[in-house]
Design a protein around this ligand. Structure first.
Ligand code: MTE
Ligand code: MO
Length: 427
């Protein structure tokens, strides 16, 4: 098994070879190669435009990115084109719900068929079930209770671009995440209808997308049977009251509230209950974190090794969405500092704000509770004196877990929840 891959959690802490070279050159070259190879009609980009990349990226990581619209999307921050990896600009998170056309796009493989609703089929089976089944869209809509949950989908590698030292992988800033109202059927109801054997340990999920070339293994994941049978784990058919956008998994995707995006299989076509741990590349060699480094509660016991474990729930996190970094404020005027906080589903208990670089902290006012898996908005008013002010925000969840001030280094750059910093000037 290839152990040096980008997402290989089993790799040592060895530095990537290109560390220190100008990433801007590296990425421009990669984009040019993609353009020569040709573009599918779906991914035809609109006129390109560059924007400063996330403030705070360490020296050496490129400083700007291209804003570009995939079909059906507004302009997002393009990180890679093949496969498509597009990030949501930070200002979008001024709203608690992320609009469908602004929701980030993350793919591991590049052959992404446009699935036709009428011919789409979902196969249910595996040795861990008593029976098999096959459903079309109308079967799922008429045959099972329809439920809705508001939940954050965040890529494990969100903010990886901030990792210092650099690590390989898509150099995400703050926007490899989004919060939406997901509506569909419980995976539990579908599994129970086929009859789950007590020997079932994991549920293996696959989507319609495939690698274009053989060097990347097909993206197939598994979740523990207990998480699959959780009442909040859904096969979603709708996002914010509309069908799923193509780029976010039309016509059906898995929703695994509280857990990072890697398990949220898009274009879902197969659900298989297995009685032995699934050993595919994306489970055995990717999306793993070193044991004992993160204060996580949810374990994925059937996939644990002596060295590492699959990433599971999201760590507690927050973001300042306004004012923007570098924004000029009026001295003496009232300023609303606002943002969002989220975690793995325990619920946000408190957000504290500092307007003096961490010397003192004051509680922010929490906004409406949209459910424990959702972004929670917060706000804090202050009247800046003339000068520079360093704003910080720090969330604490119902478990008492909070954010870090320095990233916990790991080879894939996962779980970045360093307190967000925004510098403003009042005059
Ligand atoms: N079919 C399929 N589903 C997938 C992926 C993929 O590559 N193919 N990537 C996963 C990862 S790693 C993430 S972070 C989320 C991203 O969801 P989004 O593209 O809707 O934002 O989708 C997940 N589901
Ligand atoms: Mo991801």
């Amino acid at each position: 098994m290839a152990r040096s891959r980008v997402f290989d959690g089993l790799a040592s802490h060895r530095q990537p070879e290109y560390n220190g070279i100008d990433r801007r050159v590296f990425l421009q070259t990669a984009v040019a190669v993609g353009a020569v190879a040709g573009m599918s009609s779906l991914a035809r980009p609109a006129a390109a435009q560059t924007v400063p990349l996330t403030p705070g990226v360490p020296a050496g990581v490129r400083a700007e990115a291209t804003l570009e619209a995939l079909k059906g999307k507004r302009k997002l921050i393009k990180l890679t084109y093949r496969p498509p990896n597009y990030e949501t600009p930070l200002a979008v998170f001024n709203d608690a719900i992320t609009p469908n056309d602004a929701f980030f796009v993350r793919y591991h493989v590049s052959d992404i068929p446009e699935v036709a609703a009428a011919s789409w089929r979902l196969k249910i089976g595996g040795e861990g079930l008593n029976g098999v089944a096959e459903y079309g869209l109308s079967d799922l809509k008429s045959g099972f209770e329809q439920v809705e949950v508001t939940a954050v989908c965040q890529c494990s590698g969100n903010r990886r671009g901030l990792s210092n030292p650099h690590v390989q992988g898509v150099q995400w800033g703050y926007g490899a995440m989004g919060n939406a109202r997901w509506k569909g059927v419980r995976l539990r109801d579908v599994l129970n209808k086929a009859g789950v054997k007590k020997e079932a340990v994991e549920i293996v999920i696959d989507g319609a997308d495939k690698p274009l070339v053989d060097k990347t293994p097909d993206f197939i994941k598994s979740i523990p049977a207990w998480k699959a049978l959780d009442e909040n784990t859904l096969i979603a058919l709708e996002m914010n009251g509309a069908p799923l956008p193509h780029w976010n998994g039309f016509p059906a995707r898995l929703i695994v509230p509280g857990w990072t995006g890697t398990y949220w299989m898009k274009h879902l076509i197969s659900v298989q209950a297995v009685t032995k741990p699934y050993g595919g590349f994306w489970m055995a060699a990717a999306y793993r974190i070193p044991n004992g480094k993160f204060p996580l509660v949810d374990r994925f016991i059937s996939q644990e090794t002596a060295a590492n474990t699959p990433i599971t729930e999201m760590v507690v996190n927050s973001l300042i969405t306004a004012p923007a970094d570098g924004q000029k404020l009026r001295a003496g005027g009232a300023v609303e500092v606002k943002g969002i906080a989220w975690d793995g589903g325990y619920g946000i208990r408190q957000v504290e704000v500092s307007t003096n670089g961490g010397k003192s902290w004051r509680p922010a006012t929490l906004g409406r509770d949209l459910g424990r898996f959702s972004f929670r908005q917060w706000s804090y008013r202050f009247a800046p004196k003339a000068g520079t002010h360093t704003l910080l925000a720090k969330a604490t969840n119902a478990m008492g877990a909070s954010q870090t001030f320095e990233a916990i280094f790991n080879p894939a750059g996962y779980h970045h929840n360093v307190v967000h910093r925004v510098d403003v000037v009042a005059a």
